[in-house]
Design a protein around this ligand. Structure first.
Ligand SMILES: NC(=O)c1ccc[n+]([C@@H]2O[C@H](COP(=O)([O-])OP(=O)(O)OC[C@H]3O[C@@H](n4cnc5c(N)ncnc54)[C@H](OP(=O)(O)O)[C@@H]3O)[C@@H](O)[C@H]2O)c1
Length: 331
């Protein structure tokens, strides 16, 4: 059946300005790293995307290697985009990335111009798009000169294949260098995509300051530590969880969830309940309490998780007592 978006979709989502740019992003964005591959249900993927857009989520995040197999999340998105979202193209912010191993040989990985140009062309074809809204360099490349990688991002904008550019997982000093090069080229960096959750707070050690100084937005990934910062693992590993799925491609594995982690999750869960939230919601609110965060990038295996996670926006304020108790648990 033809999809008609919810007419009330813009009523409850919050939109935050991305750094010093003209672009606003929804406080919650949806990533397609897992659950959108060739091995996954197309109908479920469609239901998740429709529900997200109906809820005001205008930003969908992809990468060349999302799947499995690599490329298949972009293909799935392309199929659903053609059927459901083509008429809404100007209401959507679609991103892709390159930087991890994508194809055989010396030109299918890292940060050379050769790799990035070919990869974006492939991504556009898979998604059936003329351009992406944001193109990222997915991870720093210790060998390719930063000037080559950044000049390529600038080229993509000049060619009209990307509207904005971003970087992911760059440390503060190398991010600052990248911002300087991009500024000189006339294509300021829009956004940085780092891993950030209650369980991984590295961005607080300088990156967020560098982003603020440079007017660059921030969209943290894996804010629920791939689902660990929810109440789902409190009684073991459910069969339908990511940890039980053995999907590979960086997905969390059962043996990465220790008893001491679950102990912390249990204590955090008690604070969440006292705030009238589920732990997943509190973990997202906790990130969004910082105004330097533009959007938090969630994943979902079911439409209901999107509905559930969005409710974090009902309470993004924390008392200093709550923050202190959380810090104690996370020590
Ligand atoms: N730039 C990078 O290098 C990079 C790396 C990783 C990810 N990312 C981006 O970040 C996005 C999000 O990453 P992520 O999927 O790891 O994020 P996440 O939000 O930490 O984890 C998502 C998973 O948590 C579970 N979940 C989500 N909402 C829930 C809820 N309300 N209640 C209970 N469980 C819930 C689901 O797992 P179950 O399967 O267990 O239900 C879901 O698939 C990716 O899709 C991708 O776009 C970027």
């Amino acid at each position: 059946m033809n999809y008609l978006a919810n007419v009330h979709r813009y009523q409850s989502m919050e939109y935050r300005r991305c750094g010093n740019s003209g672009l606003k992003l929804p406080a919650i964005s949806l990533g397609l790293w897992h659950n959108f591959g060739q091995i996954d249900s197309l109908q479920n993927a469609r239901d998740i995307l429709r529900l997200a857009f109906d809820s005001g989520i205008t930003h969908f995040d992809l990468a060349n290697n999302y799947g499995p197999p690599h490329g298949s999340a972009e293909e799935t998105f392309g199929t659903i985009y053609k059927d459901d979202f083509k008429t809404y193209r100007d209401e959507l912010i679609i991103s892709s990335k390159a930087g991890y191993g994508m194809w055989e040989g010396p030109y299918g990985d890292w940060g050379s111009k050769k790799y990035l140009v070919a990869s974006l062309d492939q991504s556009l074809k898979r998604m059936g798009l003329d351009y992406v809204d944001i193109f990222y360099h997915h991870r720093p490349d210790p060998e390719t000169p930063l000037e080559e990688t950044m000049t390529t991002l600038d080229l993509m904008v000049r060619q009209g294949k990307a509207l904005y550019v971003g970087i992911s997982s760059y440390q503060p000093a190398e991010a600052a260098k990248a911002f300087e090069i991009l500024k000189q080229l006339g294509t300021p960096c829009l956004i940085h995509q780092p891993k950030y959750s209650m369980f991984d707070r590295w961005v607080e050690g300088g990156l967020l300051d560098v982003l603020e100084e440079n007017g660059v937005g921030c969209i943290p990934f894996s804010p629920l530590a791939q689902g660990v910062l929810t109440n789902k693992y409190l009684k073991g590993i459910p069969e339908d969880s990511r940890a039980a799925s053995h999907r590979g491609n960086g997905a969390i594995e059962e043996n990465q969830i220790s008893e001491s982690t679950i102990n912390k999750v249990r204590q955090l869960n008690e604070i969440a309940v006292s705030r009238g939230q589920e732990l997943a919601q509190m973990a997202l609110s906790w990130i969004l309490k910082d105004k330097r965060i533009t959007s938090v990038l969630i994943g979902a295996s079911k439409p209901a998780q999107v509905t559930n996670s969005i409710r974090c926006l009902d309470n993004i304020n924390f008392t200093s007592d709550e923050l202190n108790r959380i810090n104690e648990i996370l020590k």
